[in-house]
Ligand binder design. Structure first.
Ligand code: ZN
Length: 89
């Protein structure tokens, strides 16, 4: 099985970002939701996660080199040294 389906929920009164994995068995989602709702949970969300594609940090790093040859963070256009005006000499 390459993907897993996850039911998330947020406890009443909690911020949205505090959502918690409630269940990973889709056949039980409705029952879990019913129980969780009685227990003060809401904002349910179902997401399918592809387990065959974990974040590949190694690849991201090896592909990210600044024009000066230093490693840089993925998404940055320059390494930290160049971004602040070059390495101190
Ligand atoms: Zn650089």
């Amino acid at each position: 099985m390459d993907t897993t389906t996850v039911l998330w929920g947020v406890k009443e009164g909690d911020e949205d970002w505090r959502e918690t994995v409630l269940c990973t068995q889709p056949e039980r989602f409705e029952a879990v939701k019913a129980m969780a709702t009685r227990d003060g949970w809401g904002r349910f969300r179902v997401a399918t996660i592809n387990l065959t594609k974990p974040p590949d940090f190694t690849k991201a790093v090896s592909m990210s080199a600044c024009e000066c040859g230093s490693p840089k963070a993925p998404g940055e256009s320059k390494c930290r040294g160049c971004a602040i005006g070059g390495f101190p000499r």
